[in-house]
Design a protein around this ligand. Sequence first.
Ligand SMILES: [Fe+2]
Length: 133
Amino acid sequence: MKELVWDKTMSVEVPEIDEDHRRLVDLFNLLTRAVAQGEPKPYTAALMDELISCTVWHFKHEERLMLRYGYRDLAEHRTEHTALIDSAKELQQKLLLGATPPTAEDIDFLERWLTEHIYGADMALGSYLGEVM
Ligand SMILES: [Fe+2]
């Protein structure tokens, strides 16, 4: 079982975004734990649903900040958000329809899904917002 630890390396130096990311990391860890402990499907499904809902909300939050502070790469960043939500919903559908619980590969996928965007696009956004907010 792999748990994510939110630390300074994950900080985008914008407290309100970091706060959202921490919440997403917590939910990811709850889901990982639930899968490792073989919790019943309705519980893991509820966690997956909460993770996606929180992510949708969080992306709207970031996009509002981008609009407010005139972020140049908004369109590109938003496209990445849309693709992330689509891929998470695809996994959610697979898990809901399938008889099998989430696999280690599914968890690895979600880990990359969460962290690669934070370490990539969100760091760039954070350093821009850090200068203009
Ligand atoms: Fe983002």
